[in-house]
Design a protein around this ligand. Sequence first.
Ligand SMILES: C=CC1=C(C)c2cc3[nH]c(cc4nc(cc5[nH]c(cc1n2)c(C)c5CCC(=O)O)C(CCC(=O)O)=C4C)c(C)c3C=C
Ligand SMILES: [Fe+2]
Ligand SMILES: [Fe+2]
Length: 350
Amino acid sequence: MPAACPAHANDDHPAIPKQRVGLLLANLGTPDNYDYWSMRRYLNEFLSDRRVIDYSPWLWQPLLQLIILTKRPFTSGAAYKSIWNHEAGESPLLTITKSQTAKIAESMKTLYGDDVMVDYCMRYGNPSTKSKVAAMTAAGCTKILFFPLYPQYAGATSATACDAFFAALGDEKWQPIARVVEPYFDRPDYIEALATSIETAYAKAEKRPDLLICSYHGVPIRYLTEGDPYHCQCQKTTRLLKERLGWRDTEIMTTFQSKFGPEEWLQPYTVEEVARQAEAGNKNIAVCAPAFSADCIETLEEINEEIKESFEEAGGEHFTYIPCLNDDDLHIQALSATIEENLKGWLEPA
Ligand SMILES: C=CC1=C(C)c2cc3[nH]c(cc4nc(cc5[nH]c(cc1n2)c(C)c5CCC(=O)O)C(CCC(=O)O)=C4C)c(C)c3C=C
Ligand SMILES: [Fe+2]
Ligand SMILES: [Fe+2]
């Protein structure tokens, strides 16, 4: 009987690996090092993304290439150097993402045995989203669950991560079926993990802080008026946290940090608000950063160095930075439960 196709007639039919489900965790990015050229490469990729900076490239690219990328790699490189994980030779965001991935992989193994392949990728820098989608497809993942590790949606984070994921799928001959995990800021288990981290920090503090500032990464106000729901999701995160903690309105507030460029961004700006609070008599404050699933340059350097300095210069006395949830057990449990819900219909726990 003739073979069904010429490739079947001889031995050059491609090997087909065992089919599995891929779980791809995605975070923002990281430079490979803090030297000028590594920083320039990273910032160029990041700041050329039109989900982040939406000006016309005709206007933006000359400014970026000729002015911003001649100076900023030096200042950002120095900031990265001050927080770098020198032992591992990588940024803290990368170290934490690896640990989160390993812990989530462990909980997936308990639930599903070897049926799920777990890995992580970065939107900018390495490992790229494209390389990880290709590796998962080659390893037999015919379905991929993509999980942008941002509690709140923003076009500049979640959407651009998805754009890179969908573009990578577009390059695959045998394109995996895809699902994306939605923002998780209002999940009770995430709020519980956040509230517990705050209660633990407050229990350890010498003196109870007068105020908790929830400092979120900012975006231009224009992005909100053009339809990005990030601002509302940040405000709701603080409200849910306040309700879970059982606190009064005067004990907790929302601010925004990391302003970049000349436009007006979401306000109040953290760096100014901490100084106002110190001047108003709140000499003992705590700051947490619920928009970040992992500590990074924006928390370790900007909050714990620049913003702390602004508070102390205005007469503030005690500044407590409450770390991100990182690889805390409750955080990993909340992320794993979110993943389990999103895998339903594809896989059931054994
Ligand atoms: C958590 C949510 C984030 C939003 C929303 C966001 C919007 C946004 N960011 C920029 C510009 C910069 N962001 C930078 C770093 C950075 N941003 C986020 C997260 C969000 N950004 C993270 C997690 C990080 C840290 C990455 C790390 O490697 O540690 C920087 C780089 C700082 C530097 O190196 O100088 C810039 C610049 C814009 C313009 C924007 C909204 C439009
Ligand atoms: Fe950012
Ligand atoms: Fe809003």
